[in-house]
Design a protein around this ligand. Structure first.
Ligand code: UFG
Length: 327
């Protein structure tokens, strides 16, 4: 099995779970955002998706039969200021991957998609058939690639499962791998860096949303639960299921203030916050229905409550306050 982006936050957890489940894994990552130390299993290839020759050689040399494709740029803000890079990396380089797969006779792919394909939802919980109107370029690139996969299925018989993640959070129970972005933009790492004294305060982006406490509500899902879903999806494809699309969330929403108060409980002290204006493009509420993947693939989250998710993230951040940099 080939995992692109296997050195990233979600990818490294996918690699770990695949290895535990006994799969042979080849990790393909250009390390532009990922970390070599995060790859705890499998064979590592330092390569770029645009390098068709190396991709082809990797697929042939390792007898790849399924691809799990996570390599992508993921910052919403950056996608708005630099759309060229997002379309290049998330769409054009993804096409190179698909064309190389077809050349090598590989016809199964699990694709890392996002709740960002929906944009501002009309109703929650969000089901897979809800309207898709992304509010940022990142979400557009994920939606375009989903469309490409559907076209490749119709034309060339490529079978895919797209997984639309809600808010990935937490870290592997070992405390050895976790979230380390530069710059960090995600709420839970920022809250925990504030708890460690690395930031003076957390800025709460918007306190006037139409929610129970005025702050945005999100559906936080443990990264290891996400990872297990990739194994179920890859195995289902190997068993010949038709192409499909699934949401992945915990089906419960937590506001920014609730995340802070759960984190205070986990770390055992107050975390300073400041109220700030809204961040452009943030929907008020995003909560998944994950009913479809539960029903079709038998997926069940192990970490259903936010406190366990934040506690696992704290284990990583408190042991590795500077992320992978300090080892
Ligand atoms: N937030 C703050 N302060 C911060 C950081 C975040 O108040 O310093 C708030 C945000 O405004 C948002 C919530 O915390 O309401 C969660 O923000 P994150 O940046 O952690 O996550 P997002 O919901 O913005 O983003 C996630 C994924 C993206 C995906 C998006 C889909 O991380 O990859 O959902 O909308 F595109």
């Amino acid at each position: 099995m080939l995992v692109t982006g296997g050195a990233g936050y979600i990818g490294s957890h996918v690699v770990k779970e695949l290895t535990i489940a006994g799969h042979d894994v080849v990790v393909y990552d250009n390390l532009s955002k990922g970390h070599r130390e995060a790859v705890r299993g499998g064979t590592f290839i330092h390569g770029d998706l645009a390098d068709k020759g190396l991709l082809r050689e990797t697929m042939r040399a390792h007898g790849v039969d399924v691809v799990v494709h996570l390599a992508a740029d993921t910052s919403v803000a950056e996608s708005m200021s630099n759309p060229a890079v997002y379309y290049q990396n998330n769409v054009v380089n993804g096409l190179t991957l698909l064309d190389t797969m077809l050349e090598c006779g590989v016809k199964r792919i699990v694709f890392s998609s996002s709740a960002a394909v929906y944009g501002e939802p009309e109703k929650v919980p969000i089901t897979e058939d809800a309207s898709k109107r992304p509010t940022n370029v990142y979400g557009e690139t994920k939606l375009v690639f989903e469309g490409i996969l559907a076209a490749y299925d119709r034309a060339y018989g490529l079978k895919y499962i797209s997984l639309r993640y809600f808010n990935a959070a937490g870290a592997d129970e070992s405390g050895e791998i976790g979230e380390d972005h530069n710059p960090e933009t995600q709420l839970i790492p920022i809250v925990l860096q504030t708890a460690l004294g690395q930031r003076p305060y957390l800025e709460i982006y918007g306190t006037d949303y139409p929610t129970r406490d005025g702050t945005c509500i999100r559906d936080y899902i443990h990264v290891s639960d996400l990872a297990v879903a990739h194994i179920l999806a890859a195995e289902a494809l190997m068993n010949g299921v038709p192409s499909n699309v699934y949401n992945l969330g915990n089906e419960s929403g937590h506001s920014v203030r609730e995340v802070v108060s759960v984190a205070e409980k986990v770390v055992g002290h107050k975390i300073p916050v400041r109220e700030a204006g809204r961040r452009p493009g943030d929907p008020a509420v995003l909560v998944a229905s994950s009913e479809k993947i539960r029903r079709d693939l038998g997926w069940r989250p192990r970490y259903a409550n936010l406190e366990d998710i934040v506690a696992s993230a704290w284990k990583w951040h408190s042991r590795h306050p500077r992320g992978y940099e300090a080892g």
